[in-house]
Design a protein. Structure first.
Length: 59
């Protein structure tokens, strides 16, 4: 599971990399894409955790 703070640090790290490598207008767009992707990863992780609560461990 990715914690929100960990996801944010990954987004910030990616944004710093993009700042050095890409023009300004693309950097903003790619930062938004990165935020969405990390948000999706966190949502999936949360869903898996909720599903795991209902799995019978005795089986």
């Amino acid at each position: 599971m990715i914690r929100p703070s960990a996801a944010r640090s990954h987004v910030d790290t990616l944004a710093e990399y993009l700042k050095e490598r890409l023009p300004h207008h693309r950097r903003d767009t790619l930062r938004r894409v990165a935020e969405v992707l990390f948000g999706i990863l966190q949502a999936e992780s949360t869903l898996h955790r909720k599903i795991a609560l209902h799995i019978d461990r005795e089986a």
